[in-house]
Design a protein around this ligand. Structure first.
Ligand code: SF4
Length: 340
């Protein structure tokens, strides 16, 4: 089982299903602004990505939120109907099935979903995610983002708990919230985990200003601010919830000393579409970042605790058994590529 000297990470293929989004967050560079830069990933492009998966075990699906309600909804609806599907969720379910067939464990982060949508995706996902970002309501950065109402996001995280879905959430730091908001956000996550026991990790992610966005001239949070949030997270959240810090957005060493224990997913084949200016470090870089006091171990998108509890479906069982070792972490492979 994971001990206090282990820092984990995972290897994924990052799949941006669509960049059409109903929200318009002031810091976002991902969402499409016009039909000319909008897309729905084609089946062929998707298959090319999963077939080139290398050593990845996770298919990380991200998408704009509820594209059926976006300003560009007519573009999206035409694309999805032409592909032969009725909605983002229906299409993504098919992509999840294909990812599993190609040896990848899906993790969907598609924005706010209904209970019915979560139920439909549950058996096809090793875990799912939604950034809470903050419980601070009415932030300037979210004035054009109906999906960023904190209560809506907390409701979905709660539904995921009722459905026993291993879940990833997190805080976005530096978007106009204050330190007390961070404390309240962490307490809200802790409270839901107390009821349902489903939160596997909480990401502490710094806002990074992006060109051509309304927050281009805003400063990112200082390292001292990040440090304080990680410190508070370790105090408020139970030990079993990992604190994740993204190694392509911050220097993790000090944050690990303060209790962060996961570096999230890195990808050999795909960029970070949310932070395209920040390349993923390589596995050797991660190993250097945690040395000498911590050991780096690869994990799956489902944490060991939930493998032990059996919080996964029959569809995912063969892959989880193939990839997980007796600690519930990634089984080491021999040079021939066979699990040992
Ligand atoms: S940050 Fe996410 S929710 Fe906000 S506009 Fe971008 S894609 Fe949509």
């Amino acid at each position: 089982m994971k001990n206090n000297c282990v820092v984990t990470f995972s290897k994924n293929v990052f799949i941006p299903v669509t960049n059409v989004c109903r929200n318009a967050c002031d810091y976002c560079v991902f969402r499409a602004r016009s039909p000319d830069d909008a897309y729905l990933i084609s089946m062929n492009d998707f298959l090319a990505l999963v077939k080139a998966k290398g050593a990845a075990t996770e298919a990380l699906f991200t998408a704009g939120e509820k594209p059926e309600l976006a300003n560009l909804s007519s573009y999206f609806k035409k694309e999805i109907l032409d592909a032969g599907y009725s909605s983002l969720v229906e299409y993504t379910k098919e992509l999840c099935k294909l990812a599993i067939k190609h040896g990848l464990l899906p993790h969907c982060n598609l924005g706010v979903l209904s209970r019915e949508e979560l139920t439909g995706l549950r058996d096809l996902n090793a875990s799912m995610g939604l950034m809470l970002e903050t419980t601070a309501a009415e932030l300037e950065a979210h004035r054009n983002s109906p999906g960023k109402i904190p209560a809506e996001r907390l409701k979905m995280i709660e539904e995921a708990g009722k459905l026993e879905i291993p879940f990833t959430t997190g805080l976005l730091i530096g978007i106009g919230e204050n330190p007390q908001d961070c404390i309240r956000s962490l307490q809200a996550i802790q409270s839901l985990h107390g009821k349902y026991g489903h939160i596997q990790e909480v990401i502490i992610q710094p806002f990074i200003p992006k060109p051509f966005t309304p927050m281009w001239n805003e400063s990112p949070p200082s390292f001292a601010e990040l440090r304080e949030v990680v410190r508070a997270a370790r105090e408020i959240l139970p030990e079993e919830i990992a604190i994740q810090v993204p190694p392509n957005l911050t220097a993790p060493k000090v944050l690990i000393e303060l209790g962060a224990s996961d570096l999230g997913g890195i990808s050999e084949k795909t960029i970070d579409y949310i932070n395209p200016e920040s390349p993923w470090p390589k596995e050797e870089d991660l190993r250097r970042m945690v040395a000498p006091n911590f050991e780096l171990r690869e994990r799956l998108p489902i944490y060991p605790r939930y493998i032990e509890k059996g919080w996964y479906s029959e569809e995912l069982k063969p892959l989880i058994e193939r990839y997980a070792d007796e600690d519930g972490l990634r089984r080491k492979e021999s040079k021939s590529g066979l699990a040992v």
